[in-house]
Ligand binder design. Structure first.
Ligand code: NDP
Length: 319
């Protein structure tokens, strides 16, 4: 039996090939002795040997015609793009990545952005351009309300870390959740209360049918005046025109955006030069092949020993 490794890597470019090799090396180390196939096989005999597919948003259709496929393991945490492939085999367990190194990186990004907003450091950066010497107000962390949307692997960690620094944190999820030091919110009512109170809103929701276009004019209008948005999840959560209008009206004070509807963010896009927008190149938290390969190995072993697979996607919910 063999494992198929396929992704959206541009294999006609040296960078794409190097990225695939980086993954293959880490996976070889975590799973020695496995037979790896690096392209969706056309030969039916080779296709029949594929037991597991380890994928990084492969081109749609890549997983068709694999009669013995028993596990699809994503290398990425978000499976929204993968789930859009209508040919994705149904009824086969689909697991997503929960990588400890990526979780740690996400916490760092969320802490940096929250601290910079709370202490007015992005404003200082703007002031530097015109040699303006003006101290921003210094509020205590407990006086700064943070709302974290999504209380899963990433959102839950971010909320707990911010609470550990003394921030007044609430966390919104689909089902009621409790994390130490974090006020749990759910439902539309919980969301309205959270948005109205927050100085900073951090988005760590998965992209699903329910959350696409989440930050539209109505939801941005429900922010407290001058509050900021940190979007670390997916670009399609945000109605970009509505956000620009809310920034220009001063209703949203600042936006730290790591993800965009079109990536790379096109050069003429107004976000690049907007004084109240901080752009990151989808770098809040990258999957680290060294630790992620161990996560893959653990699920491969679970499949073969018939024990519980970790981080299985609830396909009906989209995450
Ligand atoms: P999880 O699946 O662990 O957590 C998702 C959370 O969102 C859960 O708390 C869930 O609620 C909540 N949720 C889902 N749908 C809704 C809804 N309709 N209403 C309210 N709450 C909802 O995901 P992760 O924390 O691991 O990852 C979150 C996202 O972060 C990924 O999907 C990906 O898009 C993004 N990401 C971005 C990266 C970057 O570099 N920018 C890197 C990695 C991930 P419940 O607890 O009730 O299930």
């Amino acid at each position: 039996m063999a494992i198929l490794l396929c992704g959206a890597w541009a294999l006609d470019q040296p960078e794409g090939r190097a990225e695939q090799q980086r993954w293959l090396q880490a996976l070889h180390q975590a799973l020695p002795g496995e037979d790896w196939v690096l392209q969706a096989p056309e030969d039916p005999a080779q296709a029949a040997a594929i037991e597991i597919a380890v994928v990084a948003n492969p081109p749609p259709g890549s997983l068709q015609g694999l009669p013995r496929l028993a596990l699809i393991q994503s290398l990425w945490a978000g499976v929204d793009r993968l789930m859009q492939d209508l040919t994705l085999p149904s009824g086969i367990p689909l697991c997503r990545m929960v990588d400890p190194a990526m979780n740690e990186a996400m916490v760092q990004t969320a802490l940096w952005a929250t601290l910079a907003l709370h202490r007015g450091f992005f404003q200082c950066q703007q002031q530097q351009r015109t040699a303006l010497w003006r101290q921003p107000p210094q509020l205590r962390a407990a006086e700064w309300q943070v709302l974290v949307l999504g209380q899963g692997e990433l959102g839950g960690r971010v909320a707990r870390s911010l609470a550990g620094l003394g921030y007044a944190v609430s966390g919104w999820s689909r089902r009621p959740r409790t994390h130490e030091g974090v006020q749990g919110l759910h439902g539309e009512d919980g969301l309205s209360r959270g948005l109205a109170a927050a100085d900073t809103v951090i988005n760590l929701l998965p992209l699903t049918d329910e959350t696409r276009g989440f930050f539209d004019a109505r939801r941005l209008g429900a922010f407290k005046r001058g509050a900021s948005l940190i979007n670390l999840a997916r670009g399609a959560h945000v109605d970009e025109q509505a956000l620009l209008a809310a920034l220009d009206a001063g209703h949203v004070g600042h936006a730290v955006l790591d993800v965009f509807r079109h990536e790379p963010l096109p050069a003429p896009h107004p976000f690049w030069s907007h004084p109240q927008v901080t752009v990151l190149p989808h770098t809040a938290a990258q999957t680290d092949p060294r630790s992620a390969a161990e996560v893959v190995a653990s699920n491969v072993r679970a499949l073969r020993s018939g024990t519980t697979l970790q981080h299985r996607v609830e396909r009906s919910q989209g995450y």
